[in-house]
Ligand binder design. Sequence first.
Ligand SMILES: [Ca+2]
Length: 172
Amino acid sequence: MKRKCLKLLMILFFVLIILTGCDFAQKIYYGIFPTSPPNDQPTPVVLEPVKYEVTVHTADVLYAGTNADVFITIYGSEGQSEKFQLDKPGYNDFERNNTDLYSVTTPDDLGNLSHVRIEHNDKGMASGWKLDYVNVRNTKTDMAWFFQCKRWLAKDEEDGKIQRTITLESCK
Ligand SMILES: [Ca+2]
């Protein structure tokens, strides 16, 4: 009985010292009763969706417009987007000398953009398309990247390609 009391008193004594913030007592206490090991589980990745504003300008030359379906994939230092179709329902997209605005959302920020891949599916009559430029703006940071092309995406023009990879310096 006496021993139990003594133990209890000692514990109370330590608790009191700890509560009063004595370093030495805390060291002894944690020496006897080590705290649980640190939680080494990785912190979960928090995704922050980012909306990109995509501006597409079709060149001002004869037959530059297209009725084919147009797609874009955006590449950056932090990853790439899915392949988005650029289409406004009930609107005739990609006509000669038109500037068309689209909005796409990625699950996370793509970082510093390096290039875009733009392509169409050759659908419809005279589907060749002459693309002037694509501008992509991160609406969260307001950073923008200008991708100049000034080339045909047409099976019967230039090299016959209907997809182009546009960097900040070239359109291939
Ligand atoms: Ca449309």
